[in-house]
Design a protein around this ligand. Structure first.
Ligand code: ADP
Length: 234
């Protein structure tokens, strides 16, 4: 379970998110949707203890991230950041993360299999395609077999086969009981993967509920999205 309550984050005079409240329950995929600059990453970073809220709270499994005893066992995350240095081999990177989190080597092989990189573990990350890098990022997220999984724009740069793979993976994680929160600025991608939608725009929650509730009263999913975003088409 992820719970965000009245989260506000300001940078100087700029408010990135204002009074954002949302819940991601276990056993379903929750999609966090909104245009670029809406406040999705800020919200996820607060959940992951990477940014300190100006006010409000964000908890994972009932605790603030910094209070988790074994963070990687509780929550795994894919963020839009640099990843490992290009010279490093994928398996070595995973082994390093595993070791610093008290996770055994056997799990490294398991997650490589899980993300379809079983034949690419010895390859240097610099030679990976974007899709392979995303898979490696997801392998890191799953290393601790966490009950909560947070993925920021996991479909970015993936080909249709990769998108289909991620869709199946997150749905399987949710079926196995995990809390899954996926942020994206592509409504159509989230529609096919999420059972629940939270939409933020301009740093505020504009809608939250099932996909059916989200589109209720609108001609199409696209209309529901763009009208709530304030008519700004991208
Ligand atoms: P999204 O992930 O939905 O694209 P972000 O959470 O990254 O949106 O950004 C929300 C707003 O906060 C944007 O206006 C962005 O420019 C601003 N912002 C995010 N991080 C910082 C930061 N470290 N310093 C200043 N402004 C920031």
């Amino acid at each position: 379970m992820i719970e965000v309550e009245r989260l506000t984050k300001t940078y100087g005079r700029h408010t990135a998110v204002r009074e954002v409240s949302l819940t991601a329950p276990p056993g379903v995929v929750t999609g966090l949707i909104g245009p670029n600059g809406a406040g999705k990453s800020t919200t996820l970073r607060a959940v992951l203890g990477l940014t300190r809220p100006t006010s409000g709270t964000a908890t994972v499994a009932g605790q603030a991230y910094r209070d988790l005893r074994f963070p990687l066992h509780t929550v795994g995350a894919l963020l839009d950041d640099a990843g490992p240095v290009p010279e490093r081999r994928a398996a070595d990177h995973l082994t390093w993360v595993a070791r610093s989190n008290g996770i055994g080597r056997a799990r490294v092989r398991e997650v490589l299999d899980l993300v379809g990189l079983e034949d690419a573990g010895r390859t240097r990350v610099g030679r990976y395609s974007l899709g392979m890098k995303q898979r490696l990022g997801i392998a890191v997220a799953l290393l601790g077999d966490p009950q909560v999984v947070v993925l920021d724009e996991p479909m970015n740069g993936l080909d249709p086969e990769g998108i289909r793979w991620i869709r199946h993976l997150v749905q399987q994680l949710a079926r196995d009981g995990a809390t899954v929160l996926v942020a994206s600025h592509f409504m159509t991608e989230l529609e096919s993967v999420a059972q629940r939608i939270v939409m933020i725009a301009g740093g505020q929650v504009r809608a939250a509920g099932t996909v059916e509730e989200f589109t209720d009263g609108y001609d199409s999913l696209e209309d529901a999205y763009f009208e709530r975003a304030g008519g700004q088409r991208r």
